[in-house]
Design a protein around this ligand. Structure first.
Ligand code: HEM
Length: 229
């Protein structure tokens, strides 16, 4: 019976996590588009439109919950994936694309969660953004530019919600979908490669044997002085 090696299990787990990440990203994307049917990206309008989605739109609670759960789970799955690839010692050139797409997917998932903090226009989101924007604007050289791009003015208001919404729903979500697809393809290609390698190694003779030819063996002529007992 074949025994499952540690690296085999971790590799399979990495592929499974890539499938889960892609599913979650697609789910968040689809439910995000459904939310956009009723969502109004403005100060005050955001809160009321989300209240309307929750209370009056059929299936609104489900769509909002699915979006929240999928969006937040992606962060956990993407971070877990990095740990699994690290433990599987997949730090080589063949895994470069998987590492690159997986690492950026984790960053973009965090970015999606962050840009959503003001989208529901509540007290927590407002004050959290105010504090965090203060930190961002203290960055040397680029800090003030980033602040202006995100806020769209001096204070948090309707333009801020519109800017964060555009970054969240058009820019970051589109990039996250592409990254999740690339990550999935990179992992599937690894699986294929490994299957090819193990098939090739199974076709090889047992270790210790020195047979190099694939043609059927012919009986060797017995040497007379060899003292065959
Ligand atoms: C890969 C795709 C996406 C991810 C990972 C994602 C992730 C998130 C997250 C984590 C939240 C915060 C949920 C919470 O904890 O309250 C959120 C909220 C939101 N997202 Fe997305 N999102 C994605 C795509 C989209 C798209 C395409 C749209 C619209 C076209 C959108 C619209 C919204 C809106 C309106 C909210 C606020 C809803 C609420 O607070 O319940 N999202 N998203």
């Amino acid at each position: 019976m074949k025994t499952l090696s540690y690296s085999f299990i971790l590799r399979r787990l990495a592929t499974l996590l890539a499938v889960i990440a892609l599913t979650l990203v697609l789910l968040a994307g689809i439910t995000g588009v459904l939310l956009a049917f009723y969502y109004e990206p403005s100060a005050g309008g955001a809160y009321d439109s989300l209240k309307f989605i929750t209370e009056s739109v059929p299936g609104g609670v489900l769509i909002r919950s699915l979006h929240d759960i999928a969006g937040n789970l992606i962060i956990g799955v993407a971070l877990l994936q990095i740990a699994v690839m690290f433990l599987g010692r997949q730090a080589n050139r063949d895994w470069f694309l998987a590492w690159l797409s997986g690492g950026f997917l984790a960053l973009f998932a965090i970015g999606l969660g962050w840009t959503a903090i003001i989208l529901d226009w509540d007290q927590i989101g407002y004050w959290r953004l105010k504090i965090e924007i203060g930190t961002i604007s203290s960055l040397p050289i680029v800090g003030e530019y980033i602040r202006t791009i995100l806020l769209g003015g001096d204070s948090i208001g309707s333009t801020t919600v519109a800017h964060m919404y555009a970054i969240h729903s058009y820019l970051l979500s589109a990039i996250a979908v592409v990254l999740a697809i690339v990550h999935f393809v990179a992992l599937v290609n690894q699986e294929r490669r490994q299957i090819g390698l193990s098939a090739a190694s199974e076709a090889l003779p047992e270790s210790g044997s020195t047979v190099t030819s694939t043609t059927p063996e012919k009986p060797e002529p017995v040497s007379v002085g060899g003292g065959v007992g």
